[in-house]
Design a protein around this ligand. Structure first.
Ligand code: ADP
Ligand code: MG
Length: 349
């Protein structure tokens, strides 16, 4: 993904638990190994990204002993950004602060990218997780920094790789019209082969095998959801307590199943707890309609309201990554098993 010379934003999107952060971490490792200076920030709506970005860049640059004294000026600037913008409650008016923060982000990226390019690195690769959460001004500054290098003769020394919820589709162009050129890549559920590999490969390194039946049972339980794969792998391993040369059997997967369900229930619970009453009514109605995708009109009719009346909670739930469009006015929950969990909760005692 890094052999493109800068260019537009590269954005991985998908709902929670699909492995976007893990993917981004792996990409960062690869970028470092391939000779890029890297930095990592996580989008936040309560503070500017500028000080965090400056801190990360400063640490990375100090770690590169080869830069030596040549990095002095750049480090000085980055330290200043942290001091001036990183102090909570600094008495700067909101407007002033945000334009200074924007300038700081653009400058930090451009200076660090150029410096890296001129000092034995390919350039700077910035990883932005939860992009949709970042403040509008910060999102704009990130895109502007990329835009500044557009058409640069030597190629762009800055690449930005982002990850976030599907609402990134709106969060990017909202920040800058040229954001429309972003390369969006969907991160979806895992295929059966990917689930099998995720379980088999780490075990193999410890000389433990999964039987075909065990893998079959795990694939069925996981329903392609990475977080669930992680739990199945962990809980099954604890049930089997394998030593070198052992075989994990389907029985171990079954033994672990209850614990996996309990842990998944924790995830469902925390998602439900964050919903507004209006969103919760929508979710209850949708869950009652089954595990497959559900027509929006059916949800409205179950709530005895018009289709328009459900458009707000629908959009909010999509933005939060709880549900996602499934084509033709239909919707589905993003986490397998969620509908059943909600139905079980709603069964009258
Ligand atoms: N390719 C994968 N195969 C198996 N498990 C994965 C994979 N990618 C991520 N996971 C696991 O899924 C969970 C969610 O991953 P995370 O990267 O935090 O997702 P997201 O950022 O999309 O919410 C973690 O427990 C992670 O270890
Ligand atoms: Mg994440």
């Amino acid at each position: 993904m890094l052999n493109r010379s800068g260019g537009p934003l590269l954005a991985f999107y998908g709902s929670r638990g699909l492995g976007k952060t893990s993917l981004l971490r792996e990409a960062q490792r690869q970028a470092q190994a391939a000779g890029f200076l890297t930095a990592w920030v996580t989008g936040r709506d309560d503070v500017s990204l500028a000080p965090e970005l400056a801190r990360w860049l400063g640490e990375e640059i100090r770690r590169e002993k080869a830069f030596g004294d040549r990095a002095k000026g750049l480090l000085h600037n980055l330290d200043r950004v942290q001091v001036e913008l990183g102090v909570p409650g600094a008495r700067v008016g909101f407007e002033v602060a945000s334009s200074r923060e924007s300038a700081a982000i653009e400058e930090a990226l451009e200076d660090a990218g150029r410096f890296a390019r001129n000092h034995d690195k390919h350039g700077l690769a910035l990883f932005v997780d939860e992009f949709q959460e970042a403040r509008l001004g910060d999102r704009r500054s990130l895109l502007i920094a990329l835009q500044h290098f557009d058409g640069a003769p030597a190629g762009c020394p800055v690449a930005i790789i982002a990850a976030g919820l599907p609402s990134m589709h709106a969060a990017v162009p909202e920040a800058a019209t040229f954001g429309e050129r972003t390369d969006f890549i969907e991160v979806g559920l895992l295929t059966d082969v990917a689930v099998a590999e995720a379980l088999r490969l780490p075990a193999k390194r410890l000389d433990v095998e999964w039987s075909d039946d065990a893998i079959g049972a795990a694939i069925e339980q996981a329903a392609g959801y990475p977080h669930r794969v992680q739990l199945i792998g962990d809980m099954t391993w604890q049930a089997a307590r394998p030593s070198q040369g052992d075989l994990i059997a389907a029985g171990h997967v079954q033994q672990a199943a209850d614990l996996v369900d309990q842990r998944m229930a924790g995830l469902y619970r925390s998602r439900l707890a964050k919903l507004t009453p209006e969103q919760r009514r929508f979710v209850d109605a949708m869950a009652a309609l089954g595990d497959d995708d559900v027509a929006r009109a059916e949800i409205a009719s179950r709530l005895a309201v018009s289709t328009e009346a459900v458009s707000r909670p629908r959009q909010e739930l999509v933005d939060r990554g709880v549900i996602e469009p499934a084509g033709h006015g239909r919707l589905r929950f993003t986490v397998p098993g969620f509908a059943r969990y909600v139905r079980d909760l709603n069964v009258p005692e």
